[in-house]
Every structure is written in C-alpha cells, then in structure tokens.
Design a protein around this ligand. Structure first.
Ligand code: ATP
Ligand code: MG
Length: 427
C-alpha cells in the first residue's frame, strides 16, 4: 500500500520549514510595529459563519468549500479564508468592549482550504497570513494598512508590484450602481457565461470579476462604480488616494475590480506581481479591503473593519534563491565525537549542559566509527568539534576544535560551554 498526500496539499519538509518560520516571524515583526497582535481561531467553524460572511453566491461558498456534517449532525466547514472566523471571534469574545483600544488590530496565519483545481500557486490546502483592524471608519486606516502590506513585501525585496485599488462605495452608491449594471448587462444576457447569467439575478457585481473571456469583453464597457459614488464615498476614496501619494506608494485605480467576497465596501485593493515563478502572468499576492457591515452580519454591534489576506505559497515563490538558501542552511554549534561507551556517556552530560546554554549540539547515536563521526560533524556544518576519549575523561579536559580555522584549544569540561559561546561571539 502506497499512501500519498491528498491532491492539492503539500508537505513542508525539514529544510523548507525555516523559510516558513522566517516569513511568519517577519509578519510578526512588521505587523507588531503597527500594533497588530496575533489571534488564533479554529480551523473549522459552523458552515453559516462562512456562508454569512463570504456570501451564498461567492465562488468560495458555492463551489470551493470543504463542508461536512460532524457526528453530531452539525454542518461544519474547513475555513476557506481567515476573516470570517476572526470576526466571529471578535463578536463572541466581545473584543468591541471598551477595554479594548480601538481600532482593535489583529493578524493571523495558518492553513485555509478550498476545493480548487490545483496548479502552481493554487492548492486545496494553502496558507494565508492576514490582518484585520476593527473599529475605525477612517480612510487613514485603509492607507496605513495598505502601506503595511507594501512594507511587508519590501522585507523580501519584492519592490516591483502593481497596487490596484478601487472603491465599492457605501450601500447607497452600490445600489445605484447595481441597477445601472443590470440595465447594461441585461441586453447581453444570452451571451454571458452560465455562471454570470445566474449572477445577473443574484449578484451582478460579481460578473465584473468573471474569469470567462466573453464575460470580460462584455464587462469592459460596463458603467463604472466611480460614476455612482455618493459624496461621502468619493471623499473617502479621495483621501485614501492622497494618503498613498503622501506615503510614496504607487497605485492604479481599477474600477472593474470587485474582489471575490460579498462583504467589501469602500476601499478594496490587490497587490499583483508578474514574475517568472507565475509563468509571467500577473498574479495577486495580497488582497483586501474595507468591510463595514460584516461584524453586524455575524451578530455583533455596528463595527467598521479593514483587512487583507495574502497567500504564503505565492509569496514564497517570489523570494529570491539567496534568501532561501540562507534560510535553509542549518548549522550546528558543537559536535562531540566519542571513542568508547564511557566517553559517549560523558558526551550526553556535556550536551545537556550545552543545550541548557542555548547551544545547538549533537553527537552520534548510530555507533559510527570515529571517521564516520567526523563526517557527520561535517555534514551538519558543525562550527566546533570536541573529541572525548579515556584520557579526556581522566583529566576532565577536552580539545575543542574550531572547524573553520582549524585552531584547537584544551578546555576543562566545566568551561566548555562558555568557551564555545565566547569563541562564537568572536566570529
Ligand atoms: P484567485 O482569484 O487567484 O482565486 P481569490 O480572490 O480567490 O484569488 P482571496 O480569497 O482574495 O483570493 O485570497 C487572498 C490570497 O490568498 C490570494 O491573493 C492568493 O495569494 C491566496 N490564495 C487564494 N486561493 C489560493 C489557493 N487555492 N492556493 C494558494 N493560494 C491561494
Ligand atoms: Mg479564488
């Protein structure tokens, strides 16, 4: 019997996990400078949490969700995205209460699940890092959070990107636009894809997001949301644009961008990158926007929100080889070679001390001959090697060899850990 991982999933192996940790740690570092704190929510939720937030007609809910009935006949779903669960947690744990300083800013990381056709940068289990800021209607938080996304990418030397922004306006702008869109699209109804025919009844805005070629041709001449904005929506959008300019962040306005989820209003944005890793196709790495009705939709008080999510696998594909190699090269501080059983015992005692001092240290556990042990030390890129035999045990002293310089010093057992640390500090 040969077992294989489920289609569309990946194993993150030793050697690769360093890079993942680096990405996650960088998120923590960058986001905390903006006062975002990590939140961890369950990987599965009640089906309705996602249905309510993403919308019944969204691709995520209608086609891509891993939903199932549990043994207690509850309808559950693996999370397809992070925002819904975070909003559910925000409401359930009353993070809107006065003791939480607003805006309440949280970030998350972890696996998401979508039943999709797997291809490069598109999996069934993938990982996202995302952020949410609750409690401010100010366009300034939109710009500040978009800037954070850009700053995060710059930590990975990703400086060539296209930032597309759009506004979906408030509900009044949206309603006027909705009607204009139906008036425009109805004469084309027969030419639209089957999905879009359905969308025309249920959610015409979604047709703007269609991946169908013919749909896209029709949509190219559709009215623009920008002509239907209320004064307030216009002011919000103008302020976001002017702040991005103040922050020296280049952007383009794409009035056909709607995003795949129902919950957005006002500012939405995507950061796209064209790279050989994506077959030179323009690919979205970070996407997000404002969602002023979502907290209420999930049973909380009226609370504005702004957030984004990014695909970690897609980000990984953009990290240059040098950084990857640096991240994945693991080295050992000290290796102890042993000549017999007694020195092997002593080695364990010393290793125990080294590790308590925070040194990465190891020895052979496969009864290798001395030559084999040195080979192992080399393969592990050990910085120092200590050799133990009968004589060393008697004198309670051992030779400590710097593998880079070849220099060797005799050090008493009790001082070995400190000596290694001292010499490492010298490097
Ligand atoms: P797409 O149009 O590519 O399907 P989306 O609109 O469904 O993207 P979002 O729901 O906005 O994507 O998710 C945010 C980010 O998560 C995406 O920009 C992408 O980087 C990543 N992402 C989404 N789906 C997948 C997937 N199946 N595999 C890997 N990454 C994904
Ligand atoms: Mg998708």
């Amino acid at each position: 019997m040969n077992f294989q991982k489920p289609k569309g999933t990946m194993d993150i192996l030793p050697g690769e996990s360093k890079l993942w940790q680096y990405v996650e740690n960088t998120a923590e570092e960058v986001f905390s400078t903006y006062r975002f704190e990590e939140i961890r929510t369950p990987i599965f939720e009640q089906y309705e949490v996602f249905q309510r937030s993403s919308g019944e007609t969204s691709d995520i809910v209608s086609k891509e969700m891993y939903d199932f009935e549990d043994k207690g006949n509850r309808r559950m779903a693996l999370r397809p995205e992070g925002t819904a669960g975070v909003v559910r947690a925000y409401v359930e744990n009353k993070l809107f209460a006065p003791e939480h300083v607003k805006p309440v800013k949280v970030w998350y990381k972890g696996p998401m699940f979508r039943y999709e056709r797997p291809q490069s940068g598109r999996q069934r289990q993938f990982h996202q890092i995302g952020v949410e800021a609750f409690g401010s209607t100010s366009p300034d938080i939109d710009a500040d959070t978009i800037a954070m996304a850009i700053n995060f990418l710059s930590k990975f030397n990703i400086n060539e990107y296209k930032l597309a922004i759009n506004t979906l306006g408030d509900s009044e702008s949206r309603e006027k636009y909705h009607n204009a869109l139906i008036n425009y699209l109805t004469p084309f109804k027969e030419e639209l894809s089957d999905d879009s025919k359905r969308r025309l009844e249920q959610n015409p805005l979604r047709i703007l997001d269609s991946k169908d070629k013919k749909d896209q041709e029709i949509v190219a001449n559709a009215p623009s949301i920008l002509d239907f904005l209320t004064e307030e929506s216009q002011l919000h959008f103008d302020r976001v644009k002017s702040l991005l300019e103040v922050l020296n962040i280049d952007y383009i306005v794409d009035s056909n961008m709607v995003r795949g989820l129902d919950y957005y209003n006002h500012t939405i944005f995507e950061v796209m990158v064209t790279d050989k890793a994506f077959d030179n196709k323009e690919t979205t790495v970070i996407a997000g926007g404002r969602y002023n009705g979502l907290v209420e939709e999930l049973g909380g008080p009226e609370t504005p929100g702004f957030g984004f999510g990014m695909g970690i696998e897609r980000l990984m594909l953009l990290i240059d080889d040098d950084t990857k190699a640096k991240m994945n090269s693991e080295s050992l501080d000290v290796f102890i070679t042993t000549l017999d059983e007694n020195s092997a015992t002593q080695a364990l005692v010393l290793l125990d001390q080294f590790r308590k001092e925070g040194l990465k240290a190891d020895r052979d556990f496969l009864d290798r001959k001395v030559k084999g042990q040195f080979k192992m030390a080399n393969n592990l890129h050990s910085k120092f090697v200590i050799t133990l035999g009968e004589e060393e045990l008697t004198n309670k002293k051992a030779p400590l060899k710097n593998m880079e310089t070849g220099e060797q010093v005799e050090v008493e057992f009790d001082h070995l850990a400190n000596k290694v640390k001292e010499l490492m500090g010298d490097n």
